[in-house]
Design a protein. Structure first.
Length: 132
């Protein structure tokens, strides 16, 4: 305990440190150890965003998947699916969007991006019902 104040959420500051660090994966792992909840998922998302910005697609993919292991989040499904789609990995992206839509069926963004992924893959019109 920190005196009379409530216990601080340690994972959130660690999430931002992970984003600003030279070794973000290590700090994100520490955040997950400190509090395996939404803050730890945020740490992994920040690592993924940083890795994606730096062109480290494999690290970004792993970090997005770690974030999804810690909780369901529409933005993380969108980010991972778009990362895979833009890398030409359309089937994997379709799987990610499908899993996201199964857990978040009211997400218009996931439905739209699933359709966009199919269009990028060149499967427009032939299998329209699988997208909507």
């Amino acid at each position: 305990r920190w005196g009379l104040a409530p216990q601080p959420r340690l994972a959130f500051p660690l999430a931002w440190l992970a984003f600003l660090s030279d070794r973000p994966e290590a700090l994100a792992a520490r955040a997950a150890e400190a509090a395996p909840d939404r803050d730890a998922a945020l740490a992994w998302r920040l690592v993924a965003h940083d890795a994606r910005w730096r062109g480290r697609v494999e690290v970004a993919e792993q970090a997005y998947r770690r974030a999804l292991d810690l909780g369901v989040d529409e933005a993380t499904y969108l980010d991972l699916g778009s990362l895979l789609s833009l890398a030409g990995r359309y089937e994997e992206a379709a799987t990610v969007f499908s899993r996201g839509r199964a857990l978040l069926p009211k997400s218009a963004a996931l439905a739209y991006n699933a359709a966009l992924n199919r269009a990028l893959e060149g499967k427009t019109g032939e299998d329209r019902k699988s997208v909507v």
